[in-house]
Design a protein around this ligand. Sequence first.
Ligand SMILES: [Zn+2]
Length: 535
Amino acid sequence: MPSVPSETIGALAVSESSLDSGTDGTGTGNSHSMTDSVRCDLLADCTAEWLSSMEALRKDLVRSVPAHCALHCFGAALRGQMGQSASKMSLYGMSKETDIIDEFWSHSWHSEPWKKVLCLLFLKNGVAAAVAGTVACLVGCALTIDGSLPNGVPFEGISLWGTALGIFSYLLTLLLWRPWKSVFLDIGCINQEDASAKTQGILSMGGILKQSRTMLVLWDVTWVQRLWCIFEFAAFLKSRGSTMAKTPLIRPILFGACALTIFGFTCMVMFVMIFLFSLGFRAALLPSVGAIFFFILYPAAVTFRDYFWSMDTLAEQLRNFCIANSKCHCCSTGHPDRSVPCDREIVLRCIRRWFGSEKTFEDTVRALLPSLFAEQLGRFGFPYWLLLVATCPMLWSLLDLTVSHWLRGDHFWQFWLGASGGWWLGAHPFAAGLFFYGAKVLRAPARSRLRDVLKNLCVIALNLPVLVLTFGLNEILIIFQMPTYLTAIIAGSIHISLAVTLWFSPFGLRHRSSGTLEQEAPAVATDGMDESAGI
Ligand SMILES: [Zn+2]
């Protein structure tokens, strides 16, 4: 194990840490003497040697906090709302020394904080919220049948108690659920108030990463531009060696905002649909629903075309990935203290030790990241499970409709019970898949505003067959005068089969074009990693 010269810690104690770019350099060096240059070079070398050894300076510097502490108060730590020393220390006080960290959270402090927090809330609490909401909905339905809750609220003949309780429990669980997975979050697991302790924490980063089971990358365009994010990624890859047994989890921070938007839209659509059902205008239902879908889907088409266009930017960014273009705090402030080595010098030396050369590492990133994106985000750039979590209100409102028919004593409750599962698991994901596909194919901005509007309309038009399938299929099956339960089972099975085919089968839609992340990635150049100089 290489030793760390005490001067390394001492010198870096006054250097700017990229882990907290909110502070500013206060170095007093004015001239760049040869002595400084030699000293810096020596310090950079010693620091790089230690960091690349992937050891912690002390065992107690490998720390983790439960995920719910990191997300406490709507992720106050990630939102930078912990300016007070006491607040920072209270989060640090919740961290504990550990041998194994479940998840290392890698993120850029330059991305929008609320997007990161929303993303983490859905990733960590989304499934629990969906389960809690569904249980609350079932309780609401049972109480409505029981007569404990008044029937016919808010619409005559149709109660929405299940949906109301579901939404309430869902949002409450999303905000207050306490995931216990141990995570490493820089601001919570490195002492931010003591400069020397902070430097020791940074110097232990290699050891911390080595003892992390997996890495969660909260992706946005700034992540790949930050030098220390690149360092974390490089160290994680190195710690896994050529086997790549545990690949990093890449999650765009836009996931949370998209999921919340879909949740809100689903609530609105289902509320209006149930209202139309309560009026009994069955003949008017299709054009009305069509009009609603148009007004709701138009901004969605604009948003998702932008989203897929930004993925092209990402592909371009990865193709041209170059460590020299990354940014760090010391370089952006012009190195006010010439006696402290540049972070870039230290990171580059580590990378050379781990991967042999910068080019080998750059080739690895260019190959690995696109393949991870394609593999982990699925063919539509948004995971199926998250779509189900975001569209729970559809299930709940259809269960309410089932209850209303049950209370009326007609047999259509069987039909709506089948539809609740069939639409939630099948019809809607099928529609969403087609929608995403359309937005992806037509993602490029048009030259004129008129053409852009036409493109958005084309994306929406792709949903028309699904509207016909969802409503028309049920009507067609009713013509055969089969028992209602059989109609429900057949319709539900067809919807789910279509969704599974579209999302998971090799025959599903898969858009490939130059410049996208789904292109075949070259083999990851990790073979030489273990042999390269370093540990
Ligand atoms: Zn620098």
